[in-house]
Design a protein around this ligand. Structure first.
Ligand SMILES: Cc1ncc(COP(=O)(O)O)c(C=O)c1O
Length: 396
C-alpha cells in the first residue's frame, strides 16, 4: 500500500514534467506573465505623475472590461474582496441578513458577507462543477425557507432574511447557471456572482460575472490577468454602476475643491498605476486563454493513463478559463493528498490543496448551513497543478 501511494506521487511528478517540459527549478502554481505593453503603460503613469486615484487607465480598464465581458458597466477597485463587499451592499445585503454561499470557496467570499455584518449560510457544491449545487439549494430552501408578507425569504430556524446568493465559479469552471437562475427566480433571491477566478469563462456563451445583478472579479497576482492587486464590479445596471463608483470613491460629491461626502463610502478605487498594468494584461488575455486551454488539454490527455486520479474538465455547456488545473483522487484521502503535495514540492512543482471548507474555519463554524458531505469529501480529493500562461509560452 505504502509503495503504491508513493508511486502515485512520482507518477504525477512525471506527468507534470512531461506536460510542462520543466525538469529543474521551481514552477509556481500560477505566475503572471508580462509580455505585452505592461512596461510602456506603467512607465507612462510614472512619467506623467498619474499614479494614484485618477488617470486615463482606470477609465480605459473599466471600458475594456465592460466591452470584453459584455457586462454593460465595470467599476475598478482595489481587490476582488472589496468588489464583492460593495456588490453585496448594492444587492441590498444588510446587517443580520443571511447570504447563501458555497462552503467550498476562498475565505474572501465569506469575509465580504461579514463586512456587511450579514451572516454566511453555507450551501453544498456539485462535484462536477465544484460550484454551488442548484438542485441541493432548492431542496434546502424548500425545507428551511419561509416567504413572509414583505415578499422576503426567511430562514425559519434563525428568523433572519435570506437576501442573496453568491455562486462562485471554482478554478474558472462555471456554475450551472440555468438551474440556479430558476431557483433564485422561484425564491426571489438576488444573485451576486463571485467571478474572482473566472474572467474569460463562459456559460452557454455568456461571460461569468454577468448573470447576476452584480459580479465581482479579482486581478490578484495569481489570477488569469493581474493588476498587482485589484478587482472590478460588473453590472448591467447603469444606476448601480454609478452608485458603485460613488461608494468606492469615498462617496465624494463632484466639486473642484470642496470635500463633501453624502454617505459612509470606501476608499476602494483602483490606482491608475494598477489599472495601467491591467489594460496591458487584458490585451494579452485571448492569448493567455488559448495557452491555458492547450495546457489543460495536455494534462487531461496525460492523466488518462494514470490510475487513481482524474483530471477536472470544464462542465457541459461551459467554456472554462482553466484558471487552475485540478486533479481529483477517487475518494477523500488527506494522507495521500499530502504525500502527493510533498512529492511534487520536492521536485519544485508548487501544487496546492483546495481551501479548507469555510464552515470548518473557527469564525464561521456556527453559521447556518446544509449538509456539506460533498464539500468535505472534495477537500480531501483535490490538488491544483501549475497552471500559469507562461508554461507553454516558448512552445506555442
Ligand atoms: C473565490 C474568490 N473570491 C474572492 C477572491 C478575492 O480576491 P482578492 O484576492 O483580489 O481580494 C478570490 C481570490 O483571491 C477568490 O479566489
Amino acid at each position: 500500500m505504502e509503495t503504491a501511494r508513493r508511486s502515485l506521487g512520482t507518477e504525477i511528478v512525471e506527468v507534470i514534467r512531461r506536460v510542462t517540459g520543466q525538469a529543474g527549478g521551481t514552477l509556481p502554481l500560477h505566475e503572471p506573465e508580462f509580455s505585452g505593453n505592461e512596461w510602456t503603460y506603467v512607465k507612462e503613469c510614472i512619467d506623467t505623475g498619474w499614479v494614484s486615484s485618477a488617470g486615463r487607465f482606470v477609465d480605459r480598464l473599466e471600458r475594456d472590461l465592460a466591452a470584453y465581458t459584455d457586462s454593460g458597466y465595470a467599476v475598478a477597485v482595489v481587490n476582488g474582496t472589496a468588489a464583492l463587499h460593495v456588490a453585496l451592499l448594492l444587492a441590498g445585503v444588510e446587517p443580520d441578513h443571511e447570504v447563501l454561499i458555497p462552503s467550498l470557496s476562498f475565505v474572501a467570499t465569506a469575509n465580504a458577507v461579514s463586512y456587511c455584518r450579514a451572516v454566511p449560510h453555507f450551501v453544498e457544491v456539485d462535484p462536477l462543477t465544484l460550484g454551488l449545487d442548484p438542485q441541493r439549494l432548492h431542496e434546502h430552501l424548500r425545507t428551511i425557507g419561509e416567504r413572509k408578507t414583505d415578499g422576503g425569504l426567511y430562514n425559519r430556524h434563525t428568523g433572519r432574511r435570506i437576501q442573496a446568493v453568491v455562486p462562485m465559479h471554482t478554478f474558472g469552471h462555471p456554475v450551472n447557471m440555468d438551474a440556479l437562475l430558476e431557483v433564485c427566480d422561484d425564491y426571489g433571491l438576488t444573485i451576486v456572482e463571485d467571478a474572482a477566478e473566472s474572467l474569460g469563462s463562459k456559460y452557454k456563451g455568456t461571460h461569468t460575472g454577468t448573470f447576476g445583478k452584480l459580479g465581482a472579479l479579482s486581478f490578484n497576482g495569481n489570477k488569469v490577468v493581474t493588476t498587482g492587486g485589484g478587482g472590478a464590479i460588473l453590472t448591467k445596471d447603469k444606476k448601480l454602476a454609478e452608485w458603485a463608483k460613488h461608494l468606492t470613491t469615498t462617496a465624494k460629491l463632484p466639486h473642484p475643491w470642496e470635500y463633501r461626502h453624502d454617505s459612509v463610502g470606501f476608499n476602494y478605487r483602483m490606482p491608475n498605476l494598477n489599472a495601467a498594468l491591467g489594460c496591458a494584461q487584458l490585451e494579452r488575455l485571448p492569448d493567455f486563454l488559448a495557452r491555458k486551454r492547450e495546457l489543460a488539454e495536455r494534462y487531461r490527455q496525460e492523466f488518462e493513463s494514470v490510475d487513481g486520479v482524474s483530471f477536472l474538465v470544464e462542465p457541459a455547456h461551459a467554456e472554462s478559463n482553466y484558471w487552475l488545473n485540478a486533479i481529483l483522487l477517487p475518494q477523500p484521502d488527506f494522507r495521500l493528498r499530502d504525500e502527493i503535495l510533498q512529492a511534487t514540492h520536492r521536485h519544485g512543482f508548487l501544487t496546492r490543496p483546495i481551501w479548507t471548507p469555510l464552515h470548518l474555519l473557527p469564525m464561521y463554524a456556527d453559521c447556518p448551513r446544509m449538509a456539506l458531505n460533498v464539500t468535505e469529501e472534495l477537500a480531501g480529493r483535490i490538488i491544483n497543478l501549475p497552471s500559469g500562461p507562461s508554461i507553454l509560452r516558448e512552445e506555442l
